[in-house]
Design a protein around this ligand. Structure first.
Ligand code: NAD
Ligand code: DAU
Length: 376
């Protein structure tokens, strides 16, 4: 890619961080499919980053991949100088709540220090821009609804004004990163925006998260580990709808603003697993594990487990005209069909260290549930 572009040139690239992860890779694929111009993807390729997700665009001349860490200040600064991006879309993070409980350090490093490093580089780069290049530059920080904490059953959904009350190390690290972005807007005038999104699901999600984990386990006839009573509620959004929301905010969002993103699909975990098992029974009729619901096993709860999340996305809808296009039922069917059609992908990501993670996170939980059951 040439280093002499200006923002007024429609071919100026965007710099994406964490583009080999779940949401990032869906975003990269959607962006390139829509012909929105060149994109540079900076990703460290942790356990959650998978170049296989992007195999279909590897040869695309609009796509460039750089393996590296967002905490590497020299690298990040060099990428900005070299590629002169018209925007930064920041996905890179440690993203799994259970991992943050077992080992919070990496979350503080990547989510807080990494965001700080990027903000500093963006600030210096932005300071060097002039004219249309400067006017058009944007920093989009991709965040989560978990920063708002937990809701009681009758509470109204999270709004952009809901006070922050993060409960897990993951949520606290994301909240800290949001505050840094806010401060960089307020103090240094960095043209940044924040999106806070609810639970995503869809293709390429690593099977440590609820939906892909349940699919991967069910296909192998393994237990489906439901935490606690399974009545925790999440507000599910199909990942492509999230990507469309991000593109909308990037194009038309107001600098300094926060936009909540959600699908209006509140479901308890048990409802999600029940629906998924029904779909598996239908789409895999030859399975010897039917009915799949019989694989469900209630296991020890997640410490500090947030009871309910729900997003009020009216600001994004009314101000920028975004609407989720996928219902939970159509999205879940599409997702399951994708996993069934991509058995090799599932096989690759669930071998090796993944097995270690499953042991680490689930063995003690399952044992504790057995002890609790026998004491009853
Ligand atoms: P993911 O864990 O699937 O992917 C994270 C990506 O970041 C991986 O490719 C990983 O290699 C990369 N990465 C991690 N540390 C890095 C570092 N130090 N330097 C460079 N790259 C690094 O995460 P995801 O589910 O795709 O989430 C992406 C973003 O969206 C995160 O910021 C997350 O907080 C946010 N988010 C996720 C959800 C969700 O439901 N998954 C919902 C709302 C917001
Ligand atoms: O709300 C947005 C957040 O959604 C994102 O910011 C996070 O990055 C993403 O991981 C997700 O967080 P959750 O903790 O809600 O997602 P997870 O898939 O881990 O869990 C969803 C619910 O299912 C939660 O209540 C815990 C429960 N669960 C999860 C797993 C992995 C189980 O009951 N069993 C499981 O094995």
């Amino acid at each position: 890619m040439s280093s002499h572009r200006t923002t007024s040139d429609r071919r100026a690239p965007i710099l994406v961080t964490g583009g080999a992860g779940f949401i990032g890779s869906n975003f990269v694929l959607e962006w390139l499919a829509a012909g929105k111009g060149p994109l540079v993807n900076l990703d460290k390729l942790t356990y959650a980053g998978n170049p296989e997700n992007l195999a279909s665009v590897e040869a695309n001349s609009d796509y460039a991949f750089v393996q590296g860490d967002i905490c590497d200040a020299a690298l990040v600064a060099r990428l900005m100088e070299e590629h002169r991006p018209r925007a930064v879309v920041h996905f890179a993070a440690e993203s799994h709540v259970d991992r943050s409980i077992l080992g919070p350090e990496a979350f503080l490093r990547t989510n807080i220090d990494g965001t700080f490093t990027l903000l500093q580089a963006a600030r210096t780069y932005y300071g060097s821009l002039e004219g249309e290049e400067r006017e058009g530059f944007r920093f989009l920080h991709v965040s989560t609804d978990e920063v708002y904490g937990t809701l009681a059953p009758e509470d109204p959904a999270f709004r952009e004004e809901t006070p922050y009350a993060p409960n897990s190390p993951y949520a606290a690290s994301k909240a800290a990163s949001d505050h840094l972005v806010r401060a960089w807007v307020h103090t240094y005038g960095l043209p940044a925006m924040i999106t806070n999104c609810s639970n995503n699901y869809g293709p390429y999600q690593f099977p440590e998260k609820l939906i892909p984990l349940m699919i991967a386990h069910a296909l192998k006839g393994k237990n489906l580990p439901v935490y606690g009573d399974g009545q925790q509620v999440r507000d599910w959004l199909y990942v492509v709808d999230h990507c469309r929301a991000l593109m909308t905010v990037l194009e038309r969002g107001r600098v300094g603003e926060t936009y909540n993103v959600g699908g209006g699909n509140q479901r308890s975990n048990l409802e999600v697993v029940t629906t998924l098992c029904g779909l598996l029974d239908e789409l895999v009729p030859e399975s010897r594990f039917r009915p799949h619901f019989e694989l469900v096993k209630f296991v020890e709860d997640r410490p500090g487990h947030d009871r309910r999340y729900a997003i009020d996305a009216r600001k994004l809808e009314s101000e920028l005209g975004w609407r989720a296009q996928e219902s939970f039922e159509t999205g879940l069917r599409k997702t399951l069909e994708w996993y069934l059609g991509n058995a090799a992908w599932v096989e690759h990501v669930t071998s090796g260290s993944y097995q270690h993670w499953v042991k680490q996170n689930y063995d003690a939980r399952t044992a504790a549930a057995v002890v609790a059951e026998s004491a009853r």
